[in-house]
Design a protein around this ligand. Structure first.
Ligand SMILES: C[S@@+](CC[C@H](N)C(=O)[O-])C[C@H]1O[C@@H](n2cnc3c(N)ncnc32)[C@H](O)[C@@H]1O
Length: 256
């Protein structure tokens, strides 16, 4: 086995492996269809949702199925690789390459979604203010903001995952520590090409700052009401701080 240790980012250099990584780390291969079903149910609560922006939509895990359901979907993501994979997988998908912290898209959308903690990658306060101001100004009706239920996370943690697809097997070692609601995660990935048995070991790092409900409400301002606080991708799963895996806020625009 030849081990080459170098740095790589799962959302960008390794975006080709994002699906395998997601399956391995979330440990529930079928969850994407539940997530899409959940989004469809949320949209069904508002008759007006036709256009959707998927912020941090990456390779199109949610955006592509939503587009196939007839929604006019745009992915915004800072990763050029992820976006080109999304377009390769579904040529009709609209994409914008941009960072949340500096996005200047002028178009508005009926709904904005931000799944799998993507907004927690904004690390500075001016960036967060810019992002939530954009959301508030450019979303006509519904916001779905999904992050992990960070109140359950231990201060330090490590775990190991594995997964495989047709061509590769993947072992993931994940270690994190949390300080001031900021999670610093180091990953080690071992990819093995099933055909050649060649192995590659890569290191990745992520920093995320989780956002409280009170902060979200304050960032969005007066025009929004929190209409559902859910603990998983299921409208019946009411958020419980002690036990829920997710903390999903659904906001609806309040009209005077
Ligand atoms: C956890 S992944 C989520 C991908 C997809 N939404 C999902 O649910 O599987 C986070 C995504 O956010 C993107 N991202 C992270 N920081 C970003 C930023 N500051 N601006 C724009 N996109 C960002 C990454 O490139 C990645 O595609």
């Amino acid at each position: 086995m030849t081990a080459i240790l170098s740095e790589a980012r799962i959302y960008d250099d390794l975006a080709e492996f994002y699906q395998l990584w997601r399956d391995a780390c979330l440990g529930r291969k079928a969850s994407e269809s539940d997530e899409v079903k959940f989004l469809l149910e949320v949209f069904a609560s508002s008759k007006s949702v036709k256009s959707v922006i998927d912020l941090g939509g990456g390779t199109g895990v949610h955006a592509i199925p939503l587009a196939k359901h007839g929604f006019d979907v745009t992915i915004l993501d800072k990763s050029p690789n992820a976006i080109s994979i999304a377009r390769r997988n579904f040529s009709e998908i609209k994409t914008v390459q941009s960072s949340f912290e500096t996005m200047v898209l002028t178009r508005s959308f009926d709904a904005s979604i931000c799944m799998l903690s993507s907004f927690t990658y904004i690390l500075d306060e001016p960036g967060r203010k810019h992002f939530y101001r954009w959301l508030s100004d450019h979303t006509r009706d519904l916001l779905v903001l999904d992050q992990g239920n960070f109140s359950r996370y231990p201060k330090t943690f490590n775990d190991r995952f594995q997964g495989e697809d047709k061509h590769f097997s993947l072992k993931v070692a994940r270690d994190w520590y949390i300080e001031d609601r900021t999670k610093h995660t180091s990953f080690l990935y071992e990819f093995v090409d099933k055909a050649s048995e060649a192995a590659k070991v890569l290191a990745d790092e992520q920093v995320q700052r989780y956002v409280t409900i009170e902060e979200l409400v304050a960032y969005l301002g007066k025009g929004w009401r929190l209409v559902a606080l859910l603990g998983d991708y299921n409208l019946k799963h009411i958020f419980d701080e002690q036990s829920s895996p997710r903390m999903i806020c659904v906001f609806k625009r309040v009209r005077d």
